[in-house]
Design a protein around this ligand. Structure first.
Ligand code: ADP
Length: 486
């Protein structure tokens, strides 16, 4: 196997900075790729939390003016990751999240902040740091979308490029007048370049100009080529279908391991599934639910957003309760949904328990203590919570979309007869179909032997990074050095 060197570019990386699944992928992939002969370094913005986490670092390169101020590339290590950190105080030294200030409003200069990330990725790709000449640059999501563009329009050495879409809903669109400010050549402003509906599209640019495109599940790769799923980019993606592939995400099996999880009241494994009962009782107590081992306990860990179908869940709640179920929900997001679930908890004390906010320990306890995990997403590029649920023996009840369709084996009659079911799928994504799936789950719950078999199947599902990392390594091998010009 030939050794490859790759540069990953992402605006978040677990455990240093995370708002969603992108961070998990960016954090896990470098380690998993090592076994496949790929040496990967990651470029991330120097947010305060990232700079604080750097244990050792040294300056690898300096920019006198990077989109409005001086900047440095630091090379170092943080939380076990080999990082290039873009230390640009005028862009990243701020309170709040990676994209928005403390009040939740997007930073007005996000075009510049993430153009800078792409620009520096391209510079590193060209070999500006002595001793580091990557074979390819792997850009994640719109924040890194200009990296393939800068490489494409540059004149020097060009490594191969991969653009990965984690969620097509976030596209990074900015006014056309910024073209010069963002150091994009006039010729780039066209349908075959960065232009997107009269603006500059960061994700569009990456999808148009990268050598290869990937997204995070085979089904989502198909969905984003349709008019409905393409969110404005379907036409472009259809023309590039030959360069597009879907590779499922894995989960970090060290962080999500029911046999060692410090957040569980009781650790367990597939040989000792009955021990989950202790976690169920602890979860019920923690969220004020009635201590009832027999009630099927449905868990949810989710952003509270339209994408996640949380309004459908509120609509289906009467059915879930009528079936004798309980709900343990952890989430944060849209105020009207937060309000809806708070009201439901007040209306059904002991039956609906909620945690509002971001709470990793509680997320682990829900995985280890719920009987089933509900994921009624309207679209879901891959989804991570259902993968964790499989590993923890909480049977996923999922909408048949995107990565949810690719990872859960529905407990239909044939799958049950063959003894391979791992959860429940429903389609279309409606209240009625969700209610029907909840009823099916409760029926299976009543047949404890069948439920236990499905739990064992779920826990045996391969959900780690081994297989996906092999697929990425294969993808990289198709483009490495292809475009080397110097
Ligand atoms: P998305 O990235 O669209 O939010 P994913 O399922 O891909 O959805 O990833 C969500 C990740 O964030 C999972 O690791 C999940 O456990 C975690 N998560 C989501 N909401 C919360 C929360 N309120 N508290 C703790 N962890 C959460």
């Amino acid at each position: 196997m030939t050794a490859l060197t790759a540069l990953s570019v992402a605006s978040e990386i677990y455990p240093l900075v995370k708002t969603g699944g992108l961070a998990d992928v960016a954090g896990a992939l470098p380690g998993a790729l090592a076994a496949h002969g790929v040496s990967m370094r990651s470029l991330v913005p120097g947010y305060p939390a990232v700079l604080r986490a750097l244990s050792v670092s040294e300056e690898a390169h300096r920019f006198a003016d990077l989109f409005g101020g001086p900047a440095r590339v630091l090379v170092g290590e943080g939380a076990g990751l080999l990082l290039f950190v873009l230390d640009a105080p005028h862009l990243y030294e701020r309170p709040g999240g990676p994209y928005a200030g403390p009040d939740g409003t997007d930073w007005p200069d996000n075009a510049r902040r993430f153009a800078a990330l792409g620009w520096v990725a391209a510079e590193l790709g060209r070999g500006v740091v002595p001793g580091f000449a990557p074979d390819l640059v792997h850009a994640h999501d719109w924040q890194a979308g200009l990296a393939p563009a800068y490489l494409h329009y540059g004149q020097e050495r060009r490594p191969g490029t991969v653009m990965t879409v984690h969620n097509l809903a976030f596209q990074g669109q900015f006014p056309a007048y910024l073209l010069g400010t963002l150091r994009l050549p006039p010729a780039s402003y066209g349908v075959d370049g960065v232009e997107y509906y009269g603006a500059i599209g960061f994700l569009k640019a990456g999808l148009r100009l990268a050598d290869r495109i990937s997204t995070v599940s085979p089904t989502y790769a198909d969905e984003i080529c349709t008019p409905a799923g393409g969110m404005g980019l379907g036409g472009l993606l259809r023309t590039r279908a030959g360069a597009l592939t879907g590779i499922l995400n894995g989960i970090d099996e060290a962080v999500w391991n029911p046999a060692t999880d410090p957040h569980l009241a009781r650790t367990f494994d597939a040989a000792d599934i009955a021990a989950r009962a202790v976690n169920k009782a602890t979860l019920q107590a923690r969220l004020g639910l009635v201590a009832d081992a027999e009630a099927p306990l449905f868990g949810v860990i989710s952003r509270l957003a339209w994408q996640k179908g949380m309004d459908l869940l509120l609509d289906a709640l009467p059915t879930l309760l009528a079936e004798g179920g309980q709900l343990a929900l952890l989430g944060a997001g849209e105020p009207n949904l937060e309000h809806g679930f708070r009201a439901a908890a007040l209306a059904h004390p002991g039956r609906v328990g909620i945690g509002v906010g971001y709470d990793e320990p509680l997320a682990h306890l829900i995985q280890g203590g719920s009987d089933a995990l509900l994921v009624p997403s309207r679209f879901e590029p891959c989804g991570l919570t259902q993968l964790c649920a499989l590993r923890y023996g909480a049977l996923p009840v999922v909408a048949r979309v995107g990565g949810l369709a690719d990872t859960v084996i529905d407990a239909n009659e044939m799958a049950l007869a063959a003894g391979v079911a791992t959860g429940f799928q429903f389609a279309p994504v409606t209240r009625e179909a969700l209610e029907a799936a909840i009823r099916r789950a409760v029926r299976l719950w009543q047949d404890r032997a069948a439920w236990r078999l499905a739990q064992r199947n779920a826990m045996a599902t391969e959900v780690g990074w081994e297989r996906p990392a092999g697929r990425y390594a294969g993808l990289y091998a198709t483009i490495s050095n292809r475009n080397r010009r110097a």
